[in-house]
Design a binder for this molecule. Sequence first.
Ligand code: SAH
Ligand code: DHB
Ligand code: MG
Length: 222
Amino acid sequence: MAEQQWGAVDEYLEEVLIGSDPALDAALATSERAGLPKIAVSATQGKLLHLLALTVGARRILEVGALGGYSAIWLARALPADGRLISLELSPAHAAVARANLHEAGLEKVAEVRTGRAVDSLAELMDDGAEPFDLVFIDADKPSIPEYFDFALRLTRPGSLIIVDNTVRGGALADASSTDASVIGVRRLHELVAAEPRVQATTMQTVGVKGYDGFTLIRVVD
Ligand code: SAH
Ligand code: DHB
Ligand code: MG
């Protein structure tokens, strides 16, 4: 019953606050036809990412985990014409779908998808002396979240925002005895954040079409 209600409310919110959006709808349809898993952020979560990117005035955005480019479209739409979104994706097949969807959304000039293991692409960004990112969205393999957070800290500046998806995991976040590598990953993230004087953070629990999960908001302090 509860799950059904969470879904119904998300559907209501999507209808009243977002409505039909040809590029986003097409991105999901293309992703489904290509056989990608249906694990993109929900519409209401995507809009939250968009609003957060606008709120911090993001000009440079880094995403870890592109899938079919759905969240990348929401984020890239918040960029100015000379802004940049770099999204990192392990799977060449997912990356190809993401590139096509970003192109279809008219965002190919501001958004790029880099294929490979995210840790390698992140190390490359460091080596290249990449300009700091204003917003980082971490949404790839969950056991590696602590590593991605570490890179994100080095690739941002005071005032930047780091957002980590799927950090509550149906409540398993609170289970200290969990042997699930993803749960260990999100618990470790919280320990790192708590011990890190350069950030301030909170985690919000969420319910909706994707069930019970949550996200962590981390601000790099000024
Ligand atoms: N952000 C997307 C969803 C991402 S799903 C959206 O909301 O639309 C997670 C993605 O991370 C998958 O496409 C998966 O292939 C990718 N991924 C998994 N392990 C990875 C790794 N080691 N490096 C880079 N990407 C990885
Ligand atoms: C999965 C990954 C995600 O990023 C998500 O939001 C939901 C599920 C997964 O790997 O199952
Ligand atoms: Mg996710």
